[in-house]
Ligand binder design. Structure first.
Ligand code: GLN
Length: 197
């Protein structure tokens, strides 16, 4: 098996933090990029948190929309955190813009309020084991509807905070801002499995 390559969309937001997490995982190559060719050759892609309006606009300006959408449709694992999840959503409750629009989810931006309503809490994510996972939410969205083949991975109280639709993953929170690498490890394993096919 060749070494899986995970690209972090390197336009704006928490790019370095994702990179630092991935670099702790053995047997994968990781890099940040906004080049079409480097995204096209990736076996997995992370869309970081940040500002979805800014990232979405630059995806268009840099003509990256098609390559990312093609990867999404071809089965490449793509994980969007926070603003990245907003980019993946087909429907955004409180925004007229649509970005990559590849996941059958509806999302509401800034659903907990403004920057001061950011928070950290803990909840068990069963697919990562029994130990509670730190949930870091920064002006976070909430996933308000899940349709088609999309499946809820996790709730926080009654809010949907993680969804998987085949190769596509959306989380409203930021595992890259914690010391806990279990989510990145889980994603890397998904990429490894897909790469070995
Ligand atoms: N509030 C941002 C948005 O709507 C997302 C925040 C984040 O990625 N931490 O794009």
């Amino acid at each position: 098996m060749r070494t899986p390559r995970i690209a972090i969309l390197g336009i704006q937001g928490g790019i370095e933090e994702h990179l630092a997490m991935l670099q702790r995982i053995p047997d994968i190559v990781s890099y940040a990029t906004y080049k079409t060719s480097e995204l096209a050759s990736a076996d997995g892609i992370i869309l970081p948190g940040g500002e979805s309006t800014a990232i979405g606009k630059l995806i268009e300006d840099f003509a990256l929309k098609d390559v990312i959408k093609q990867k999404a449709q071809a089965g490449t694992p793509i994980w969007g955190t926070c603003a990245g999840a907003i980019l993946l959503a087909k429907s955004i409750e409180n925004d007229t813009r649509r970005h990559l629009a590849v996941m059958d989810i509806t999302i509401k931006r800034n659903a907990y309020g403004t920057q001061i309503n950011s928070f950290v809490t803990y909840t068990v994510l069963p697919f990562l084991g029994n130990e509670a996972f730190p949930i870091v939410c920064i002006r976070a969205p909430i996933i308000t509807a899940v349709e088609g083949t999309a499946r809820i991975l996790a709730h926080l109280n009654s809010d949907i905070i993680a969804v998987q639709q085949g190769n596509l993953i959306a989380t409203t929170f930021h595992p890259e801002l914690t010391e806990d690498s279990r989510f990145h490890l889980w994603f890397a394993n998904l990429v490894k499995k897909q790469t070995s096919h």
